[in-house]
Write a protein that binds this ligand. Structure first.
Ligand code: IFM
Length: 469
């Protein structure tokens, strides 16, 4: 891909094939949890436990996107985006996770995909974004190897239903976060606190990816591509001059990033982390012969979910790791949740992925920021900090392209304010504001700004917002 150089006005032009997208996931936006025969998911169950989600919020209504799909596709058209990443709710299609198929669930996504395509919006479909059918959890969930096999059958069903129109599939969203928050710290569904269980679950998620990728490719349009969306965190040693801190950063990078990227790209699990895990939880005997070949088989692109960096110090913290994550640096700008805003690290991450896993296309499958946006008296939502965030991160993507990283697209997290898991609804991530009482959608200033960028295929020189896009 060639990248346009800054124009006389400072405009940064992107390659014409670059995709301008938005991103959501089923449980975070759909609501309508009892509609059309949908089965229970682990997030329905977990979210009802007292104290599990801030403010007692649940996904029951979310953005009611299940019923307002047409309205939301029309919003995407107003944003001039040409790509949208969303997830299928496994329990809508297979209410018990296996066996009985719910045709109404399939029909819903069928209409959604058609409606996107009619507007010229390319779907990027995620199969698993954390809403495991509760019935499978009862049989052990991701700690049970059979869940990976059920997932492959679910993938085959989705291929038969949508594979004629969908080229790109994300099998699994953020396997590290599932392991960490869902199985190790108990902060996400299914709420387990079991270190060995968490590394077992992460292995089965990777195995599920490989098995599903095999199914997705054995049919469909013939040019099917499959990948994982990883939660990737660039690492910074607390004291860059201190060899122990540098080593700690390398180890933590192994734990968060390489443990997933290396096996998926054919290198097996990294030795340093294998030793760590064996020391922490005993023999990794759930990794069976042949698993690594399956895992390595299906990765046609790397999905990059990037939000911020991790700064680590060589110091024993909680848990079995010889490092501690430390607070960000003073003076570095932060989002409304306090995450450091470090766009240069996105550029460096994309370049690093290109260096370490050459030839693999990159998609920024998530990037965004939380602010507490509310409408002003004029009814508009003036989220200038998000406009600056977007500008800086798209500029970083542009720089990565100029350095040779094969970045094919950017999917902003999120299309609209939604259910932010254990934090409920207060964190607002959207380009579109959703009023919690009325569910009314309002395109924020950032949405108008992004619309112009998407329409022109370039980042405008100015941060000024053109309303009424
Ligand atoms: O909302 C989540 C999403 O579901 C997974 N990636 C991170 C986002 C922001 O926390």
């Amino acid at each position: 891909m060639t990248t346009g150089r800054p124009g006389a006005t400072g405009t940064l032009r992107f390659p014409s094939a670059f995709r301008w997208g938005t991103s959501t996931s089923a449980f975070q936006v759909e609501g309508a949890v009892g509609a059309d025969g949908r089965g229970e998911s682990i997030w329905d169950r977990f979210g009802r436990a007292p104290g599990a989600v801030e403010n007692g919020d649940t996904g029951d209504v979310a953005c009611d996107h299940y019923r307002r799909t047409e309205e939301d596709v029309a919003l995407m058209a107003r944003l001039h985006t040409d790509a949208h990443r969303f997830s299928l709710a496994w329990p809508r299609i297979l209410p018990e996770g296996r066996g009985r198929v719910e045709q109404r669930g399939l029909d819903h996504y069928d209409r959604f995909i058609d409606s996107l395509l009619e507007r010229g919006i390319e779907p990027l479909v995620t199969l698993y974004h954390w809403d495991l059918p509760q019935a499978l959890q009862e049989a052990g969930g991701w700690r049970n190897r059979e869940t990976a096999e059920h997932f492959a059958r679910y993938a085959a069903l989705c291929r038969d239903a949508f594979g004629d129109r969908v080229r790109d599939w994300v099998t699994v969203n953020e396997p590290w976060i599932v392991g960490l928050l869902g199985h190790q710290l108990g902060l996400h569904a299914p709420g387990e606190r079991d270190l060995r269980g968490s590394v077992t679950a992460m292995h089965h998620l990777l195995l599920a990816h490989g098995l599903a990728a095999g199914e997705l490719r054995s049919g469909g349009r013939g040019d099917t591509r499959t990948g994982i969306a990883y939660s990737l965190f660039p690492h910074t040693p607390d004291d860059g001059e201190n060899p122990a801190d540098r080593e700690a950063a390398r180890h933590s990078d192994g734990y968060v990033n390489r443990w997933f990227l290396d096996p998926v790209h054919g290198r097996g699990y990294p030795d340093d982390m294998r030793r760590h895990w064996e020391h922490a939880v005993g023999a990794l005997d759930f990794i069976r012969e042949g698993d690594l070949d399956v895992i390595a088989a299906g990765s046609d692109f790397i999905g990059v979910n990037y939000y911020t960096r991790r700064i680590v110090r060589a110091e024993r913290g909680e848990g079995p790791w010889p490092w501690r994550v430390v607070e960000g640096r003073p003076g570095v700008p932060r989002t409304g949740l306090g995450w450091e805003i470090v766009p240069d690290d996105l550029r460096d991450l994309l370049v690093r992925l290109h260096t370490d896993y050459p030839g693999v296309p990159l998609l920024v499958t998530e990037n965004g920021a939380i602010y507490r946006d509310e409408p002003a008296p004029d009814g508009a939502v003036h989220d200038a900090p998000r406009v600056r965030f977007l500008h800086a991160h798209l500029k970083a993507v542009h720089e990565a392209l100029a350095l040779g990283a094969p970045v094919e697209g950017y999917y902003h997290w999120s299309l609209m304010d939604n259910f932010e898991w254990a934090m409920g609804y207060w964190p607002r991530f959207g380009l579109v504001h959703v009023d919690r009482a009325t569910l009314r959608r309002t395109i924020k200033d950032s949405g108008h700004w992004y619309a112009r960028a998407a329409r022109e295929g370039a980042i405008p020189a100015s941060l000024a917002v053109e309303a009424g896009s």
